[in-house]
Design a protein around this ligand. Sequence first.
Ligand code: ADP
Length: 590
Amino acid sequence: MLIRKSLRRNSALQTTLYLAVATLLGGLAVWSAASLGERNARAQLALHADETLELQSDTIVGQLEKYRLIPGLMARRADIDALFLAADPDQADAVARRLVFDMTALSGAVDAALFLPSGRLIANATGYLQSTMITQNSLLVSALQGSLGRASISGENGRRSYAFSSPVRHKGEIAAILVVAAPLESIEQTWALSVNPIFALNRSGQLVAGNLIARMREPEIRLALLKGADSDAFLASSTTSGAYMAYSRSIPAMDWQLFVLEPTDLISASARDNTLIALLSSLLAGLAGFVLLVRRQEADRQRRAERLAAIRLERQVRDRTRELRLANARLEIEVDERRTAENALLKAQGELVQSAKLAAIGQMSAALAHEYNQPLAAIRSYAENAVQFLARGSKEPVRDNLQRIGGLVERMATLSTTLKSFARRPRSGSSDVLLETVMRDSLMLAGHKAKEAGIVIKTEPVPDALMVRGGQVRLSQVFVNLISNAVDANIQAGGKNVFVEVAADDDTVRIDVLDEGTGIDQEINSSIFDPFFTTKDVGEGLGLGLSIAYNIIHDFGGTLTARNRNGGGAVFSVTLPRALPMASKSRAAE
Ligand code: ADP
C-alpha cells in the first residue's frame, strides 16, 4: 500500500515536472517563432522596399534626366546669339518665344522660360514659369554662378514641377537664364498604382512628389519622419489606417530623398502566424509527449505490478514449499507409525495363523488319536502274535509280524513329522515347492476327518514335478482348511464326495476344491473371507480359516475365489504362479 502510494506520488511529480518543462519549452518555441517570423517579415519588407526604392529612383532619374540636360544644350545652340543680336526688341522677343516654345514642344515639359540675369521674365511657353519661381530658390543663383540650377517649384494653380536652370552666355557674359520645368505627374502616375505611400522630399524637406495616399497623410507622415529621422527604417505610425515602416534612399542627381512606406501588418501577421503555428506545434508535441509519458508511466506501473506479483508468488511458493516440507515430515512420521503398526499387524496375523493352526490341530486331535490308536492296536496284536509264534517256535511268522510292526511305526513317524512341521511357525518369504508334496501332506492331515465322516476325497493325480511359488507349510495350511471346510459342508448337506482338481498352464497352476455341500449363501458370499466370519456353532469354527488362507495365497502372488457349483455345493479355486521344475528346491524353503 505504501509502495503504491509512493509510486503514485512519483508519477504525479513526473507529470508536474513534465508539464512545467513542456510549458517552458513551448513558451520558448512560441517566442522564438514569433521573433523569427517578425525578423523574416521585416527582412522581406526591407527587401521589397529596397526593390521599390531602386525601381522608383531609376524611374525618377530616367524621367527627369532628359529635362536636366535640355537647358544646357539649348543655351549652347548657335541661333541663341540671334536673341542678343536682334535689331529691335520685337524680333528678340520672337526669337525668345520660339526658343521656349521649341523647348516645351520638343521635351513635353510643363513650361520653358527665358529670364534676364536680373530675374525678369523675357518669354515663357505656357505661362507657368514666373520670375518669382526662380528668385525664391536656387534656380537663379546657381545659373548666375554658371552651374546647373534645380528646384522643385509650384505654380499659381498649385501644379508642381521640377525645374532646371542653365546660364545663357553671350560674349563670355551671362546674358540670360534658361529654365525648363519638368512635369512630375507622370512620376506620380506610376506611383498611383501603389497602395503604400511613396514620396520624395527635396533637400529642404518639401514634398516634391508623392502618390495620393502620401499626399493625404502628409502631416502625420512628416511627424513620424521627424521622430525616426535618424534611422533608415523607422515606424511611421498612424491612428487611422495601421502602421508603416519607412524606407528611404537618396537620389543624388536630384538631391532628393525618396521614401517608401511599407505596412507593418505583414510583420505582425507573420509573427502571429508563426506564433500560432509554433503554439499548435508545441501543443501537439506537448500532447504527444504527455501521451508518451502517460504510457511510459503506465508501462512502469504495469512492470512494477508484475514484479510485485512475481515477488508475492515467490513468497507464496516459498510458504507453500515450507508447508509441504512440514507435511512431508509429518507424512514420514505417519509412514513410520504405519510401518510399525503394519509390523505389529503382521506379527498379530502370524500369531493368529499359528493359533488357527493349533486350533485345527486341536480339532484334528480326535481323528489323530484314532490314527495313532489303530496302528498301536495293530502293533499290540502283531506283538502278541509274534510272542505266540515264538513260543511255538515258528520263526517265519515272527519275522513277518515284526516287519509289519516296523511298517506301522514308520507310518506313525511320518504322521508325527507332518504334524510337527504343520505346527511349526512358518518362515516368512516364499520359494518354489512341489505341489505333489503339498497335496500329500494336506490330504494326510485332513483325510482322517473325511474318513471318519464317511466322505471320500477324490484327488486327481498331480502332474509330476509341477512346482508352484509358495511355502510348504502355509500352502498345506490353506488346503487343509479348504478340504476341511468342504468336508464340513458335505456333512451338513449329506454330501459324499470332495474333489481336488489340478490344472496348469505355462504361467499359473489352479487347484479347485469342490464339494457336494450346502453351497455358499448369496448373502454371505462377500463376507466369507473376512476374519472371524463363521456360520458354525461356537467351538466348531473360529472364522479365521478362509481369511488366513486368502492372505497366504495373496502373499504368494496368487488368488483365492469361491463360487457355487452348478449341481450344488461350492468350489474354492486357488491359483498360484507356476515355478520352474527344480526337484532340489522342493523342500528347501521350509
Ligand atoms: P470356520 O470354518 O471356522 O467357520 P472359515 O473361515 O474356514 O471359518 O469359514 C468361514 C465360513 O465360510 C464358514 O463358517 C462357512 O459358513 C463358510 N464356508 C467355508 N467353506 C465352505 C464350503 N465349502 N461350503 C459352504 N460354506 C463354506
